[in-house]
Design a protein around this ligand. Structure first.
Ligand code: DQA
Length: 143
């Protein structure tokens, strides 16, 4: 099946950005690791990162008709702000897992709300780059 991984704003800076919070792994390395694991399990994985809300909304809309079966999404700062991206995922009606490198609940109060969690199959957060790997295992188990 086709698995889509969406990364929100500033995640292109992974490895350089606040490494004490987000770790040293770079986005390309995370994506490569995920694609390899998906392939091993007989699936295809595509990753898409954007700093622009509209680009993420457009990618989710495209996923309605491109054979995507499961979505992993780290909405990054849009977690706490984006009704538009939430609505796009609701419209696509695709199962998704919300992923965060950090544990937003252990951080500033403005990170304690998410526009996504109540629609998600589940939530994996707090394990750095491994959060994506654990979420992928959960997706594979459901495909
Ligand atoms: C994040 C947590 C968000 O609060 C933050 O805005 C991010 C990354 C994470 O993966 O830990 O950009 O989604």
């Amino acid at each position: 099946a086709n698995i889509l991984v969406l990364h929100g704003p500033n995640l292109n800076l992974l490895g350089e950005r606040e490494p004490g919070i987000y770790g040293h792994a770079r986005l390309d390395d995370i994506n490569a690791r995920l694609a390899a694991r998906a392939g091993e399990a007989g699936h295809r994985l595509e990753a898409f990162q954007s700093n622009a809300e509209h680009a993420l909304v457009d990618r989710v809309q495209a996923a309605r008709n491109d054979g995507t079966a499961f979505v992993l999404v780290n909405p990054a700062a849009f977690t706490h702000t984006s009704v538009a991206l939430r609505d796009a995922l609701a419209a696509a009606a695709l199962p998704f897992i919300e992923v965060h490198l950090s544990n937003p609940h252990a951080r500033e109060p403005f990170r304690h709300t998410s526009y996504f969690t109540d629609l998600a199959v589940g939530l994996v957060s707090g394990f750095g780059a491994d959060s994506y790997a654990y979420a992928l295992e959960a997706a594979i188990a459901r495909l």
